[in-house]
Design a binder for this molecule. Structure first.
Ligand code: IPD
Length: 261
């Protein structure tokens, strides 16, 4: 395993033990509302501190972009961290959340870890080497047609300005696919595309820490991922479509038909 990926795995496991210890006493967790429907708990912060400490111990000069603490440092290497993707699920005791850590080198994501501590699913990827689940090579599913595809998505629950366009997309995809799911942790949604549990995914208004690691997993597993224009700008725009090579194009076309502007 690449030494930088190894550090990311170590950091994710440390964060997982912080999170899982806290999950036994959900009632005692202090929670703040960042904005409508957007929460941060002391657990997100403690998990993020554990990750950053582990990374900076190994690579003190690297830069950090983290969900709770924002950007710090200046380097050609930036670690993009979501210490607890699926905070709302976690706070409700719904066991669908994960830790997401990516390393970006000169603008390209090169290492990725998405770790689900409830299932002990450790997803990893290194650019040019492949994607893995618990050290076994993974690939996207062989599903070729949207009508046979299980699609997942995330609802725009904070920025309601996008809701009407989104609901049109949702209605259309629901009618054309084999089913739509909304599990609630975007990084895991992308990891599930990489290992073939889902065949396609789309969401609007995500943040780089929700997407960075999962996008490399999808690409290294043989999937496709773009923004809504079909371009590579998804980390910046936060809007994305992903899927198996065949399903991806059908899903992109379907959601593009309803996008604004
Ligand atoms: C959220 C999850 C969710 C997605 C939201 C994200 P967080 O991340 O990934 O699935 O729909 O847009 O913000 O806030 O729980 O880390």
């Amino acid at each position: 395993m690449h030494p930088m990926l190894n550090t990311a795995v170590k950091a994710a496991r440390r964060a997982a033990s912080v999170i899982q210890r806290a999950s036994n006493n959900l009632d005692l967790i202090r929670v703040e509302r960042k904005q409508h429907n957007d929460f941060v708990s002391e657990v997100d912060r403690a998990a993020e501190a554990a990750i950053i400490e582990t990374i900076l111990e190994a690579y003190p000069k690297h830069a950090i972009l983290a969900e709770e603490g924002g950007a710090r440092g200046n380097s050609e290497f930036t670690w993009i961290i979501d210490p607890l993707d699926g905070t709302t699920n976690f706070l409700h005791g719904f066991p669908q959340y994960c830790i997401s850590i990516a390393l970006e080198h000169r603008g390209q994501v090169t290492q990725a870890v998405v770790y689900d501590p409830n299932r002990n699913d450790l997803f990893t990827a290194t650019r040019g080497v492949g994607a893995f689940l618990n050290d076994r090579r993974i690939r996207v599913s062989k599903t070729r047609d949207l009508s046979e595809a299980l699609i997942c998505t995330g609802f725009p629950y904070r920025e309601f300005g996008k809701l009407d366009a989104y609901l049109q997309m949702f209605k259309d995809v629901l009618q054309k696919s084999a089913g739509v799911r909304r599990p609630g942790a975007a990084a895991l949604d992308l990891a599930y595309i990489a290992c073939g549990r889902f065949d396609g995914f789309w969401e609007l208004g995500l943040q780089p820490w929700d997407i960075a690691a999962g996008s490399l997993l999808v690409l290294e597993a043989g999937g496709l991922i773009t923004d809504l224009e079909g371009e590579a700008n998804y980390l910046e725009s936060g809007n994305l479509v992903a899927g198996t090579p065949k399903v991806f194009y059908q899903l992109l076309q379907t959601v593009q038909a309803h996008r604004e502007g």
